[in-house]
Design a protein around this ligand. Structure first.
Ligand code: FES
Length: 197
């Protein structure tokens, strides 16, 4: 049996007085590592899912914009409010990005005018040349783009001298109980063809 060394008993911790420590076996330690790893990964996975989910939601929300009906028509104004002189109207909808919602925000602008036969013309204000906004110039009875001087007749047909390769982008219109609804869409600029973005 070992004996304590001589000297100050308060200056050392004799090993023989410590309780015997059980030795962990290899499998016990391995299991502890696995359990620890899983416990750490679960919150990480939950956090990642929470981060990604708004992105998935925003992709879904683009399929059917808030504020429009199932076909993508937005209520813009009433038929009575329209005349032969084109007027600009904002398209109001709840806009969303990946993480934020912007309620009742302007997502675009259209020009509306009423023909003698009761039909309504609707144009996206975005110039098909390079994306500036066109103005209605009553003095010239034409739409005009201030960026590179494209001009368009009241029916949207381009002036042949315009740099724009196509007419103004017309939009579908329908009526419900005196209200005018427009299927708002944006189209790629700089192309001869009219292709939705
Ligand atoms: S953007 Fe309109 S003419 Fe160029």
């Amino acid at each position: 049996m070992s004996q304590p060394p001589a000297g100050d008993p308060g200056q050392f911790s004799p090993d023989y007085l410590a309780p015997p420590q059980p030795r962990r076996g290899f499998f016990t330690q391995a299991a502890a590592v696995v359990v620890g790893a899983v416990a750490g990964l679960v919150p990480l996975a939950v956090g990642l899912a929470t981060f990604i989910n708004p992105l998935r939601r925003s992709v879904r929300s683009k399929q059917r914009p808030s504020g429009s009906d199932a076909q993508g028509f937005y209520k813009v104004t009433t038929l009575d409010a329209l005349s032969a002189i084109p007027q600009a109207f904002k398209i109001i909808a709840d806009r969303k990005d990946a993480w934020n919602t912007f309620p009742k925000d302007a997502i675009g602008t259209v020009y509306l005018s009423r023909l003698e036969n009761g039909d309504v013309l609707a144009f996206n204000v975005t110039c098909p040349h390079a994306g500036c906004a066109v103005d209605w110039r009553a003095a010239k009875n034409a739409y005009h783009c201030p960026c590179h001087n494209s001009a368009f007749a009241p029916d949207g047909v381009r002036d042949p001298k315009s740099p724009s390769a196509r007419d103004l982008d017309s939009l579908e219109v329908k009526f419900e109980n005196g209200a005018v609804l427009v299927k708002y869409q944006d189209f790629k600029s700089g192309e001869k063809g009219k292709h939705p973005t």
